[in-house]
Ligand binder design. Structure first.
Ligand SMILES: [Fe+2]
Length: 197
């Protein structure tokens, strides 16, 4: 007897690794540092013990390159999901600098087609992974008596961040970032994108 499986309502995470990441990130690292120096208090949000810039990178000329790349990636994804052509992608982006001991509480971004993060600096594996929680609400009503989780039975997925890689996911997917247990800062740019006519 052959049993076939079919994936219904899959939750997608899209990633892309920039080939020019070394030079690109060196420049971004400088820009992020300058931004923090100009506003050492930053804003409070989901970050615990970390520094977060206001959600305004999209209005800052010096961040034009990363803003454009985020939009390009989201445009390609939107196209792959049959979004209508010629939509306006509204971007909000901000810098996260997470020193040792910092983390991001689990959260989601309401009313955003895409959310994501681009990693500028994750100097060691102990910097902490991004994790995603099972969005299938009804599935949380029971646990599986399994020896080892599968993609189907798991309730959480962790991804180790990689420098120069952008991660994009639907805004409704709950996510957080583990504590930075290294001795260096974890630095990234987070964003939300809403596609509008
Ligand atoms: Fe987020």
């Amino acid at each position: 007897m052959e049993i076939t499986t079919q994936s219904l309502f899959p939750t997608l995470v899209w990633t892309t690794l920039f080939t020019d990441r070394v030079a690109f990130n060196a420049n971004l690292l400088e820009l992020a540092t300058q931004l923090r120096n100009s506003d050492p208090a930053g804003v409070a949000n989901t970050n615990v013990k970390g520094w977060q810039s206001p959600n305004n990178l999209q209005n800052l000329e010096q961040f034009e390159q990363i803003n454009q790349r985020i939009l390009q990636v989201c445009e390609r994804i939107a196209e792959s999901q049959n979004f209508r052509p010629n939509l306006n992608l509204h971007l909000q982006a901000w810098v996260n600098i997470s020193p040792p001991g910092a983390s991001n509480k689990i959260h989601y971004h309401a009313n955003c087609h895409f959310s994501g993060v681009y990693y500028i600096s994750v100097p060691s594996p102990e910097c902490g992974s991004i994790f995603f929680r099972d969005p299938r609400a009804a599935a949380k009503m029971l646990t599986y008596p399994a020896i080892k989780p599968t993609e189907f039975t798991t309730d959480e997925v962790r991804m180790r961040p990689e420098e120069g890689r952008m991660y994009v996911f639907p805004g409704w997917l709950e996510h957080g970032v583990e504590e930075n247990k290294s001795d260096r800062d974890r630095i990234g740019i987070s964003f939300n994108v809403l596609a509008m006519p």
